[in-house]
Each structure stands twice: as structure tokens, then as C-alpha cells.
Design a binder for this molecule. Structure first.
Ligand SMILES: [Zn+2]
Length: 213
């Protein structure tokens, strides 16, 4: 579902460009709105959400998919935690579909999907592991890196029930915007993947913006 936002960029309390291959980590407070903007198009924002009060409570694909009865995310989707509490709601979306199932790129999946010699290429999992290692104050570790949302990524389910990684459906300037229902730690890997058509084989920057309530 395509739904544009009323919020103006010049009124944002925070704006940051996230280069391809970098991570983004920030607490978004309850009532604030966060926007992820695909600056150049066809980029994947591999994203994890945690309760800032207790990172043991985190975004849960299972609870989210079950509660909304749909594997894709768009405007109106409520992102549920593993305690089945609403964390954020997608309030605007100009892309129209975001993936919950494809997972993040990692050394292991690179070798399975592409070739053995892609094993050492930079992956989203590497970026998340670096983020938790460089930000000890949040008390997170490798065990907190769990299943994620791929904003802007197109992973259609085939009639046989398989997954196919298709060409991106996002474009320059498309965005997804969420209001937080709890103080939420947002951890994004701006995907460095060079082997996937989802990012057009050319990873590009994202922008993250936050509006206060
Ligand atoms: Zn990735």
C-alpha cells in the first residue's frame, strides 16, 4: 500500500546519511517517527529493532507475520516484539513492500547463494556484529543478532512456497516511515552486498530521519 507522509524533512529533529556498508544505531523514543529513505534506489536496509529498556525484547518476524496475516510489510503493518507487544507501526510507505523472510547476508549465506569465494566479502551480519562490539553500553552481543526486516527488498514467495530474490522495486527517494510505540533501539545495516539483484549490484547510501512527537 502506497501512503505518502505529511512530515517535512526540514522539520526533522535528526537526519543522517548512512553510506553503503555502514551500520546505523540509535534510540528512537516512544511517540517519535523514524523514516528510512532510499536515496538512490534499490538499496536494502537490513534492520533490527530492540526495546531500549531491555534489548531481550526485540522485533519478532513470527509474531508480526501471524498478527497481521501477511508476510510483507507496508503502511498499516504493526511490528510486534517477541513478547507480542507493538513496537512500531508503519505509517507511511512509498515503496509498497518490504521483506520479512529473506534474512540478512552473512559469510555463510554468501557461499550458499553465490560462490565459495564470496565468503570473505563484507556482509550485513558483519556490520551488526561490529555495531554491538562498538557499542557495549547497550549490553548486546552476538546472541542478540536475530532475524531482521529487509526494508526496500523484494523477496517474492513462489507458488511452490519458495523464496526468490527479485529485482528491487524501490527507487530513488522512496521511503518507509514508522512511529515508535516504545523507546526502540534501531539497528540498520546498510547492505554492502555486491552479488544480489535486490541492490542492483551497486550498494548506495540511505538516509535516516527522526521527527519528535
Ligand atoms: Zn546485506
Amino acid at each position: 500500500m502506497i501512503k505518502a507522509s505529511e512530515l517535512k524533512a526540514e522539520h526533522a529533529a535528526f537526519r543522517e546519511t548512512v553510506p553503503a556498508g555502514e551500520y546505523f544505531l540509535k534510540v528512537v523514543k516512544a511517540g517519535e517517527t523514524v523514516r528510512i529513505l532510499d536515496l538512490e534506489g534499490n538499496q536494502a536496509a537490513d534492520t533490527l529493532f530492540y526495546s531500549a529498556a531491555d534489548p531481550g525484547e526485540r522485533y519478532s518476524a513470527m509474531d508480526t507475520i501471524r498478527e497481521q496475516g501477511n508476510v510483507y510489510l507496508t503502511a498499516g503493518s504493526v511490528l510486534m516484539s517477541n513478547l507480542c507487544r507493538p513496537m512500531l507501526e508503519v505509517v507511511a510507505d512509498t515503496c509498497g513492500r518490504h521483506d520479512t523472510l529473506g534474512g540478512a547476508c552473512a559469510a555463510e549465506s554468501n557461499t550458499v547463494r553465490y560462490a565459495l569465494d564470496t565468503r570473505c566479502m563484507h556482509s550485513c551480519r558483519d556490520s551488526w556484529l561490529l555495531a554491538v562490539a562498538e557499542n557495549e553500553a547497550f549490553g548486546m552481543s552476538k546472541r542478540d543478532i536475530t532475524h531482521n526486516i529487509n526494508f526496500f527488498m523484494n523477496v517474492p514467495i513462489t507458488p511452490e512456497g519458495g523464496l526468490s530474490f527479485a529485482d528491487g522495486i524501490s527507487g530513488p527517494g522512496k521511503y518507509v516511515e514508522m512511529i515508535a510505540y516504545m523507546d526502540t533501539l534501531v539497528l540498520i545495516s546498510n547492505c554492502p552486498q555486491l552479488n544480489n539483484p535486490c541492490s542492483g549490484f551497486n550498494p548506495t547510501p540511505l538516509e535516516v530521519a527522526v521527527w519528535e512527537r
